[in-house]
Design a protein around this ligand. Sequence first.
Ligand code: NAG
Ligand code: NAG
Ligand code: NAG
Ligand code: NAG
Ligand code: NAG
Ligand code: NAG
Ligand code: NAG
Ligand code: NAG
Length: 423
Amino acid sequence: MDSLLLFRFVLPCTLLLLLPSSSEAYDPLDPNGNITIRWDILSWTGDGYVAAVTLNNFQQYRHIQEPGWSLGWTWAKNEIIWQMIGGQTTEQGDCSKFKGQVSPHCCKKDPVAVDLIPGAPYSEQVANCCKGGVLTSLKQDPANAVASFRVVVGRAGTTTKSVRLPKNFTFKSPGPGYTCGPARIVKPTRFLRYDKRRVTQAMMSWNVTCTYSQFLAAKAPTCCVSLSTFYNDTIVSCPTCACGCQSGNCVDPNSPNLTSVISNPGNNGITCTSHSCPIRVHWHVKQNYKQYWRVKVTITNFNYRMNYSDWNLVIEHPNFDNLTQLYSFNYGSLIPYGGSMNDTAMLWGIKFFNDLLMQAGPLGYVQSDLLFGKDKSTFTFHEGWAFPRRIYFNGDNCVMPPPDVYPRLPNAGSQQKASPYLL
Ligand SMILES: *[C@@H]1O[C@H](CO)[C@@H](O)[C@H](O)[C@H]1NC(C)=O
Ligand SMILES: *[C@@H]1O[C@H](CO)[C@@H](O)[C@H](O)[C@H]1NC(C)=O
Ligand SMILES: *[C@@H]1O[C@H](CO)[C@@H](O)[C@H](O)[C@H]1NC(C)=O
Ligand SMILES: *[C@@H]1O[C@H](CO)[C@@H](O)[C@H](O)[C@H]1NC(C)=O
Ligand SMILES: *[C@@H]1O[C@H](CO)[C@@H](O)[C@H](O)[C@H]1NC(C)=O
Ligand SMILES: *[C@@H]1O[C@H](CO)[C@@H](O)[C@H](O)[C@H]1NC(C)=O
Ligand SMILES: *[C@@H]1O[C@H](CO)[C@@H](O)[C@H](O)[C@H]1NC(C)=O
Ligand SMILES: *[C@@H]1O[C@H](CO)[C@@H](O)[C@H](O)[C@H]1NC(C)=O
């Protein structure tokens, strides 16, 4: 096992030393991942401006799922929001000082904006709005990795000199995890007309960048990994209590009236298991051919209260540079470590086929075979080489079993040359 330990622990550490050490939010698998919020002032009004606010998810594999994002900020002065289109603030605040016929949309010093839900009245929509706060990841669906709303701001500056940038941006997904930097003035955005024959530009634009850190999210793990092979009967299950230890608040799938147990808010909706994880990823080394080897990956949902739409997996294994066939997932390569390695794959479901990982129960799993071409100089079933180095589900690290319990080749160590599986 020594060389395996070396691979899993020493190698990633040396790589980490080569990477910039300052930023705590740095993710080597997605070094440029961030959410950028851009404000474009489209026009000035008598007492302020109209701005288009655009949220771009520039993260390869982290998406925002239901119930969606919320974006907060603090006004620099006494600005108010007269109107919002394609979005809304969660609270109106105290608008009692306004005597006019229309009351402002929001008078709070620190408004929080959320998306409208699909099917909002047509007059309240703008392009890229109204997705219930869902943002797909950049790799999976770039067209839906963007959200937008329009805001009419009053009691604000009416020139580029007098406008004050909002401060203290917060982005929630809807939980914590993101940290936003200050707004920075950027070159005014240019807009290409639909006929591509005229370009207009914003009066003024500023950007805010928010980055994710699993440490800040401070979540207990939500996913674990189990392993098996054709060459050893041992099934290595997820580590015990990988996602915490349940104390009677889980759902026993053998309950006489499961429906009523699931709807009972007195439990957490997660199947009682030794690992307590809502998600398990199983990696089964299935077959060995002369030139190829085959793996089956199964993702199982143990959560009775959650359908995972647009789920994704990120898997690191050295053989992904020679993935030859993938049967029922989509594939994209992530090129981490500054482009020097092609060992990390992002896998996600096929639209309308298995992009929805259903709630726990008989339909609560998705799976696919992966066929890898062998590189004779590195391929081996020894030392746990055939197992993944790490796995993320929806951007969260999955807890792996310890390497010393990985299924071993029969007689591993003593008779390397004689092993039929090496040929
Ligand atoms: C945010 O992400 C985009 C796209 O990856 C990148 O071009 C930009 O430099 C990033 N911004 C920051 C401040 O990291
Ligand atoms: C500002 O954000 C937009 C994305 O909305 C991005 O294309 C642009 O590069 C950013 N500008 C700067 C200077 O970061
Ligand atoms: C920014 O937000 C934090 C926490 O909500 C608050 O303590 C701080 O006073 C805010 N700063 C400004 C300038 O509003
Ligand atoms: C199960 O519980 C639900 C809700 O409490 C109830 O409506 C239903 O009749 C029960 N079914 C059985 C078979 O007891
Ligand atoms: C999951 O999706 C199925 C099919 O669309 C639906 O019947 C079920 O109620 C959903 N479950 C949850 C927990 O949202
Ligand atoms: C990484 O390897 C896969 C084959 O498994 C290939 O399809 C893909 O193009 C490679 N990506 C890069 C950037 O080399
Ligand atoms: C990929 O696999 C094929 C089939 O086994 C093999 O011929 C080829 O040499 C492999 N390529 C690399 C770069 O390992
Ligand atoms: C299967 O793997 C386990 C765990 O590494 C090991 O203890 C066992 O000896 C292996 N079985 C055989 C038949 O080699």
